[in-house]
Design a protein around this ligand. Structure first.
Ligand SMILES: Nc1ncnc2c1ncn2[C@@H]1O[C@H](COP(=O)(O)OP(=O)(O)OP(=O)(O)O)[C@@H](O)[C@H]1O
Ligand SMILES: [Mg+2]
Length: 451
């Protein structure tokens, strides 16, 4: 088991740190190769290009210094020396001065280099060692934008001051600046474009979510990339089909029930005219029951579909329903934790709550209704202290016209549509209705509604 669970840990860690939204992920996919590419290319460029240019420039300077020294050795006169210095100043930008009789106290050499020595100093030391081949001292920080080199000659120290530009290529920094700057601009453009691509997907997700919760999806139309349009069009088609199917089914059943009313009324009349007997009374009871069932179904079908959800104060709705149901023999307690506004089909919800409370009232002496928010859901509990429903029957009582007591005695139950209707209403809101044991021993009906 341990070997099976171990590999999932880094994966879950990655999942935790990676962005969750599509926009975040898409941007990460764009950004990470961009940064990686820049780091690699900058590294290569800096390492190679900067190194090579500094080396070449140092070699050129060392060569020039070596030439000047050779010329000075060949024509040692002070007049010639001045001429050489002037020429070096004009055509090589070398500022030369000879301190006669001076000796260098410290000298630079290959051994004095350490890992912190700058590339410039390192390359210059190597080049001077190779080309000039005399003791020397370098000061790359001599003055702003200037480098000083001192070379020990036989009769003194030659001081050379060179502009830094002669040894240093600033293109590296410009290159990095351009690269980082342009990537920031391009990344900004990518964010704007990506956002626009993600927007239709987000709208589609919202529309599907709203439809799932039974809420209105006003002016939703397919837009965006082809695949997103396809998905949106498929969603619209599906929504249309589901709506049509529900309507057709309800209309069909309502039609049958409606048409049954006339023959039932006729039968009732004929039975009333028959001389009273045990059989005719039993038949009359059956006909009355059928009538009640047909009326019950028609009442249910009438409420289907047409109603639109409206923002509703849950506390108002509950107090209204409970207030109407009170005043009968059974006491109803109402607890509302906080005020919540939820889009509800008010008529449907009223019917659902009324059915559940009426059931509790029929079988119990104490009813408690409580409501509160649990995360992203609204929870309504209807508890009673009656006999409850055995766990194996808790699904069956939701079936239409199902009663625990099959006798059809009005004392022990009604038509058997109450719970069916209640669950249908809750489902239409994208919620769930379940039956459980109440803490007080009876039945608890639990309604979950998305907020
Ligand atoms: N609170 C309850 N305690 C015990 N049994 C219940 C409770 N609520 C419902 N039942 C049982 O579940 C059955 C189905 O309930 P449902 O509300 O669907 O129909 P009904 O109450 O019989 O009729 P209707 O509500 O249509 O008038 C009831 O007949 C009853 O046997
Ligand atoms: Mg009922």
């Amino acid at each position: 088991m341990a070997t099976l669970t171990a590999p999932s840990q880094p994966a879950s860690f990655l999942k935790r740190i990676l962005p969750r939204t599509l926009l975040g992920r898409a941007l990460l996919i764009i950004l990470s190769p961009l940064v990686l590419l820049q780091v690699i290319s900058t590294w290569v460029f800096y390492d190679r290009h900067y190194d090579t240019t500094t080396k070449r420039l140092s070699q050129a300077l060392a060569g020039e210094i070596a030439t000047v020294i050779q010329m000075m050795v060949r024509d040692p006169g002070s007049v010639e020396r001045l001429q050489i210095f002037r020429m070096a100043q004009q055509s090589m930008f070398l500022n030369l001065k000879l301190e006669e009789g001076e000796r260098l106290a410290v000298i630079s050499s290959g051994e004095s280099l350490n890992p912190f020595t700058s590339v410039l100093e390192r390359k210059l030391t190597t080049a001077l060692t190779t080309y000039v081949a005399r003791p020397f001292l370098i000061d790359t920080q001599f003055a702003r934008k200037q480098v000083s080199i001192q070379v020990q000659l036989a009769d003194g120290v030659l001081h050379i001051v060179v502009p830094r530009d002669r040894l240093f290529s600033s293109t590296t920094y410009i290159f990095i600046m351009w690269m980082v700057g342009s990537s920031i601009v391009l990344f900004g453009v990518a964010v704007v474009f990506m956002r626009n691509q993600v927007k239709p997907i987000r709208r589609l997700a919202q529309a599907a979510e709203r439809f799932g919760k039974g809420r209105d999806v006003a002016n939703f139309k397919p837009e965006g990339a082809t695949e997103v349009r396809q998905a949106a069009a498929a969603f619209l088609q599906m929504r249309h089909r589901i709506k049509r199917q529900i309507e057709q089914r309800t209309e069909f059943l309502a039609g049958v029930s409606h048409d049954l009313r006339t023959p039932l009324t006729r039968m009732k009349l004929q039975l009333a005219m028959l001389p009273g007997s045990a059989e005719s009374e039993s038949l009359q009871a059956d006909v009355s029951e059928m009538e009640a069932m047909v009326e019950g179904y028609l009442a249910f079908a009438r409420g289907e579909g047409a109603e639109k959800p409206v923002q509703t104060e849950v506390s108002h709705l509950l107090s209204e329903v409970v207030g109407r149901m009170r005043g009968q023999t059974v006491a109803i307690d109402l607890h509302i934790e906080e005020d919540l506004k939820v889009p509800l089909r008010r008529e449907g919800m009223r019917r659902c709550l009324t059915n559940l409370i009426a059931n509790a009232q029929r079988y119990a002496t104490q009813v408690t209704v409580s409501a509160g928010r649990r995360g992203h859901t609204l929870e309504v509990l209807i508890d009673d202290d009656g006999p409850g429903i055995p766990p194996d029957k808790r699904e069956e009582v939701f079936r239409p016209f199902y009663r625990l007591d099959p006798s059809r005695n009005p004392e022990t139950g009604g038509v058997g549509l109450g719970l069916t209707i209640a669950r249908d209403v809750v489902h239409n809101h994208g919620g769930e209705l379940t039956l459980e044991d109440a803490p007080g021993g009876g039945l608890r009906a639990r309604i979950w509604l998305p907020v």
